[in-house]
Design a protein around this ligand. Sequence first.
Ligand SMILES: [Zn+2]
Length: 80
Amino acid sequence: MDQFETFDDPACIFCDQPIAPGVHDPCAINLVTRIDRPRLQQKEQTFFCHMHCLQSRSAMHPGVFYIVEPGFPTVGECKT
Ligand SMILES: [Zn+2]
C-alpha cells in the first residue's frame, strides 16, 4: 500500500481490499506516536480498514469495539 494513498481509494490495511461504504465502513485508525511528548513533536498516520477485519485480526477482545453498538453516537451527536 502506498503511504500516500488517499481516502478516495482506501484499501484495508489488513486484507488490502477496497473498502466499500457500509454500516461502519470505511474505518480509519489514527496512530499517534510519541504520545508522551509535546503535541508538536508527535507524528500521526491514518490507516484505513474494514471494521470486521479490525475486529477479527486484532488481539483485542471484540467487546472493546463498543463503537459498533447500535445507538453509539456520532461525533456530531456528542457535540449537541
Ligand atoms: Zn479488510
